[in-house]
Each structure stands twice: as C-alpha cells, then as structure tokens.
Design a protein around this ligand. Sequence first.
Ligand code: HEM
Length: 151
Amino acid sequence: MKFIVLALCFAAASALTADQISTVQASFDQVKGDSVGILYAVFKADPSIQAKFSQFAGKDLDSIKGSAEFASHAGKIVGFFSKIVGDLPNISGDVDTFVASHKPRGATHDQLNNFRSAFVSYMKAHTDFAGSESAWGATLDAFFGAVFAKM
Ligand code: HEM
C-alpha cells in the first residue's frame, strides 16, 4: 500500500508538463524577492505556525516583521521553496530533506495546508494568478502530496 501511495506521488510530480513547470518558475520569479511578505502572509494566516518558532512565539507579528531576524528566517524558508521550484519535477530529495527537518518539529497537516493556502492567497494578491493557477495547483499537489505520504 505504502509503495502504491509513493508511486502515485512520484507519478504526480513527474506528470507535471514542461509548460506547467516553466509557468510556475516564471510566476515564482516575480515574488521570490519578497520573502518577508510571504512569511508574513503565512504567519498571519495561521499564528500556530509562528508559535512553533521559539524566537517569534508570542510576539506581535507587525512588530517583528521589520527585524533582521525575521528577514533571515524568511530568506531561509522562501529560499528552500525556491529550490523546490527550481528542481521541478525532481523534488523527491527536497521532499526528504523537508520531512527529515520538519517531522521532528511536529509540523501538522493542518499547518501545511494553511501554509499552502496562505501562499496561494499571497500569489493571487501579488501576481496575475489566473494564468498560472492550475500549474501551481499541480505543483503544490505534487510537493504536499509527497510530504503527506511521509509525515
Ligand atoms: C507549515 C508548517 C511549518 C512549521 C510549523 C515550520 C516550522 C519550522 C521551525 C520551528 C523551524 C526552525 C526555526 C529555527 O531555526 O529556529 C523551521 C525552519 C525552516 N523551515 Fe519550516 N515550518 C513549516 C513549513 C515550512 C515550509 C512549507 C517550508 C518550505 C517549503 C519550510 C522551510 C524551512 C526552512 C528552509 C527552515 C530552515 C532550515 C531548517 O532549520 O530546517 N518550512 N521551520
């Protein structure tokens, strides 16, 4: 059963077309410089994600947003997201890296789904998302589907 689930996840990532991949990469290029804005959108949408970060837990989001520490974390998280987008469709190594670092941190499926929807809302507000929505849907299904199969 596990093999079938993993095989389906691999099929999902490799089923992305070259057009979908280039659409997602070009779309992400438009926002990847705004890592602070992306992390802010994620924390705002689900404060329980912010609460997992010991240095930000319990702090007012609008006050920490401008700090160097916030920028540094945002850069790491969005930088890794950028690596996943750049590696498409071969993201199984990135999935393993993510699961290895985030399973022990207790990141839940709800938090990951909220991360995804906050990211999509951010993209809708900052890009012309209509042309890339289905390519993003397939990409996010591939990444989160593979992650959920492993944690
Ligand atoms: C939505 C649930 C998530 C939770 C609760 C979570 C939690 C955390 C925590 C607590 C840290 C450690 C911060 C520190 O150094 O003190 C961290 C680091 C990190 N997170 Fe997440 N994270 C989540 C989702 C994501 C996603 C979706 C990505 C990117 C695809 C990501 C990428 C990273 C990276 C690159 C680091 C720094 C490297 C590392 O320490 O692993 N995180 N995360």
